[in-house]
Design a protein around this ligand. Structure first.
Ligand code: FES
Length: 109
């Protein structure tokens, strides 16, 4: 079942890529399944800030941000109002998401 399209844009200048996502998959899952480099030091359990991304489009379709996620975003590099942790952005419904991936060579923790 394919329910969403996620377009990944990259701050390091790589060309954008669009991939389909099934309900229940996270943005991190979709990135890793398609060979996109996105750090995930805690393994995707909201225990680090290394999967930090920016949601350019579609944030209203994502699960609400938790206090724990917010705490880790505060420790990420260059957090912004549209920052999220990719492992916590689980696809719930049919949607179009655009995600901006920060450079992967300098990270929070
Ligand atoms: S991989 Fe650690 S919070 Fe997402």
């Amino acid at each position: 079942m394919q329910v969403a399209n996620i377009t990944f844009q990259f701050q390091d200048g790589q060309p954008a890529q669009t991939h389909v996502a099934a309900q229940g998959e996270s943005v991190l899952d979709v990135a890793l399944n398609n060979g996109i480099q996105l750090q995930h030091n805690c393994g995707g359990v909201c225990g680090c800030s290394t999967c930090h991304v920016y949601v350019v489009k579609g944030e209203d379709y994502l699960p609400e941000i938790s206090d724990k996620e917010e705490d880790f975003i505060d420790r990420a590099v260059n957090p912004r109002i549209n920052s999220r942790l990719a492992c916590q952005c689980v696809v719930q419904t049919s949607q179009e998401l655009v995600i901006l991936v920060p450079p992967q060579d300098f990270l929070g923790h």
